[in-house]
Design a protein around this ligand. Structure first.
Ligand SMILES: Cc1cc2nc3c(=O)[nH]c(=O)nc-3n(C[C@H](O)[C@H](O)[C@H](O)COP(=O)(O)OP(=O)(O)OC[C@H]3O[C@@H](n4cnc5c(N)ncnc54)[C@H](O)[C@@H]3O)c2cc1C
Length: 294
């Protein structure tokens, strides 16, 4: 299900379907990790060698076990707090225990240094409406319905509709009708405006397309696809996973964030090691952990 680019970035594809009227829709979330930390702590040598030699700080750079970049960054930040660079520190071979302790003591701020960026598509406007509520430690860039219109309009079919003939048929009819109405409204507004009969508020000509689309987007349903890029630091991602891959979360957001978790896991094997997959009554996966809000 997860594939990797040549440089080792995970992605999950999503098939694009079409109605008989050639309206495009997707059934599953697609996503690609497009950013992750790059770390090199060797530049700390000058800082470490400035302390008494008998403390052995310089050997901090010689740990033969290498962690993932995100974990190395977080662990270095954590050990920085106590100048824990000498031989008594927790070495990388005990990184799981180290991060377990961090989570236990709610010292999760050290995870804020590592950011991961996920581009996500095949998700609905309902999904983005919920995910952008996460403020702390996140950045969002979402496709604007004011600037992109008819040619790129796609929809997302809910999992509940996929295997139910009645719900599926209604969905297909609905998105065909929706696109027709959207196109009709856009053309209608354009023609009226061009003929001098102004319906839209006073505009410069260059703004016309934007003004038309911001008006006709009112027709679009929650089922409209809303591609989004999300950057989150690891502490923020943990909070999102905790809230959104729970049985209380809405099914679409749960599925999307569970897949984000699967993409992040190889890069955070110790930081995410406390999450256990549990099967919900409907057979879909959720995640459980003893460590809440680290
Ligand atoms: C199952 C479920 C149902 C929901 N239902 C509704 C609903 O009906 N209506 C609705 O409006 N929302 C609803 N939400 C959204 C919810 O209220 C939060 O807005 C959303 O989940 C973001 O989480 P967060 O507040 O932890 O924010 P995040 O931005 O993810 O912040 C992470 C943490 O940082 C701290 N933090 C962030 N900002 C502040 C701040 N300004 N002040 C102090 N501490 C801060 C908090 O400890 C917070 O938990 C629902 C969420 C879930 C998971």
């Amino acid at each position: 299900m997860i594939s990797y680019t040549k440089s080792g970035f995970p992605y999950i594809g999503s098939e694009v379907f079409e109605t008989t009227q050639k309206v495009k829709y997707l059934r599953t979330p697609g996503m690609a990790m497009i950013g992750r930390p790059e770390v090199d702590i060797s530049g700390l040598a000058n800082f470490l060698e400035g302390f008494p030699e008998e403390l052995g700080f310089l050997k901090y750079l010689d740990d033969s076990i290498k962690l993932s970049s995100a974990e190395e960054l977080s662990k270095t930040a954590g050990q920085w707090c106590y100048l824990a660079f000498g031989p008594e520190r927790t070495w990388n071979n005990n990184a799981e225990q180290y991060f377990e302790n961090i989570k236990l003591h709610k010292h999760g701020s050290i995870m804020e240094h590592a950011n991961f960026t996920m581009a996500i598509w095949g998700v609905s406007r309902s999904f983005t409406h919920e995910i952008v509520r996460h403020r702390a430690g996140c950045g969002f860039s979402q496709v604007s319905q004011r600037y992109v219109g008819e040619a790129t309009l796609r929809f997302v079919e809910r999992p509940e509709f996929v295997n139910n003939m009645a719900l599926h048929t209604y969905f297909l009819d609905r998105i065909d009708a929706c696109k027709n109405e959207y196109v009709w409204t856009t053309d209608y507004l354009l023609n009226k405006q061009k003929s001098g009969e102004e319906i839209l508020s006073a505009e410069r000509k260059t703004d016309l397309k934007k003004k038309i689309q911001q008006c006709s987007r009112a027709i679009l349903p929650n089922e409209t696809e809303a591609p989004i890029i999300i950057t989150g630091n690891v502490r923020a991602w943990r909070n999102i996973i905790e809230q959104r891959v729970s049985e209380h979360a809405e099914i679409e957001i749960r599925r999307v964030v569970y897949n984000v978790f699967l993409c992040l896991q190889p890069f955070l094997p110790n930081i995410l090691s406390d999450y256990k997959t549990v099967k919900l009554a409907d057979g879909t996966p959720a995640l459980a952990s003893l460590h809440s809000k680290v």
